[in-house]
Design a protein. Structure first.
Length: 243
C-alpha cells in the first residue's frame, strides 16, 4: 500500500491496516489515531510529529523508525520491535509496551508517565531526562541504559535489571526497586528518598551523595559500592550485606 492510499482510506473511515508494509516511507505529521497497524512493517519509516494516539501497533516492526515528537498516547506497542528507533520528545503517556524491544532506542526527554513496560528490553536505551513517573517496568531489562536526570517517581522497577546503567541525578523518590539488580550502576546525586530497595543488588555501584532518606534498604547487597556522601537518615538498613 502506498502512503497516499493509506491516507485516503483513513479519511473515508477505514481504521484496519493490520500487516501493511510501509517500510522506509515518509509519513511525517500523519494522523493515524485509533488505527489498527498491528503486525505492520514500519521499519525505518519517518513519522516525525505523527499522531498515533490509541493506535494498535502490537507486534509491529518499527526498527529504526523516526518518531521524534510523535503523539503516541495510549497506543499499544506490546511485542513490537522499536530497536534503535528515535522516540525523543515523543508522548507515550499511558502507552502499552509489554515485552517491547527498545534496545538502543532514543527516548531522551520522552513522556512515559504510567506507561506499561513490563518485561521490556531497554538495554542501552537513551532515556536521558525522560519522564517515567508511575510507569510499570517490572522485570524490564535496562542494562547499560542512560537514565541521567530521568524522572521515575513512584515507578515500579521491581526485579528489573539495571546493571551498568547511568542513573545519575535521577529522581527516584518512592520508586519500587525491590529485588532489582543495579550491579555496577552509577547513581551519583540521585534522589531515592522513600524508595523500596528490599533485596536489591547494588554491588559495585556508585552511590556518591545518593539521598536514601526513609528508603528501605533491608537485605540489599552493597559490597564494593561507593558510598561517599550517601545520606541514609531514617532509612531501614536492616540486614544489609556489605561483603
Amino acid at each position: 500500500m502506498e502512503v497516499n492510499q493509506l491516507i485516503d482510506s483513513y479519511h473515508t473511515g477505514r481504521r484496519s491496516f493490520a500487516g501493511v508494509n510501509l517500510s522506509k516511507t515518509d509519513m511525517n505529521g500523519i494522523d493515524l489515531s485509533d488505527a489498527d497497524l498491528s503486525g505492520a512493517n514500519l521499519s525505518e519509516a519517518s513519522l516525525y510529529g505523527a499522531n498515533l494516539s490509541s493506535a494498535k501497533l502490537n507486534g509491529a516492526d518499527l526498527n529504526g523508525t523516526k518518531l521524534y515528537r510523535a503523539t503516541l498516547v495510549r497506543a499499544n506497542f506490546s511485542g513490537a520491535d522499536l530497536g534503535e528507533a528515535d522516540l525523543s520528545e515523543a508522548n507515550l503517556s499511558d502507552a502499552k509496551l509489554y515485552g517491547v524491544n527498545l534496545y538502543k532506542a532514543i527516548l531522551s526527554k520522552a513522556k512515559l508517565p504510567r506507561a506499561k513496560l513490563t518485561g521490556a528490553n531497554m538495554g542501552k536505551t537513551n532515556l536521558n531526562r525522560a519522564d517515567l513517573s508511575e510507569a510499570i517496568l517490572r522485570d524490564a531489562r535496562l542494562f547499560g541504559a542512560n537514565l541521567n536526570e530521568a524522572f521515575l517517581q513512584r515507578a515500579d522497577l521491581s526485579r528489573a535489571s539495571l546493571n551498568g546503567a547511568n542513573i545519575n541525578k535521577a529522581m527516584l523518590s518512592e520508586v519500587d526497586l525491590s529485588f532489582a539488580s543495579l550491579y555496577g550502576a552509577s547513581l551519583c546525586d540521585a534522589d531515592l528518598s522513600e524508595a523500596d530497595l528490599t533485596g536489591a543488588n547494588l554491588q559495585g555501584s556508585d552511590l556518591t551523595r545518593v539521598n536514601f532518606y526513609k528508603a528501605n534498604l533491608s537485605k540489599s547487597k552493597l559490597a564494593d559500592a561507593v558510598t561517599e556522601g550517601m545520606r541514609t537518615q531514617e532509612a531501614n538498613l536492616t540486614g544489609i550485606i556489605w561483603s
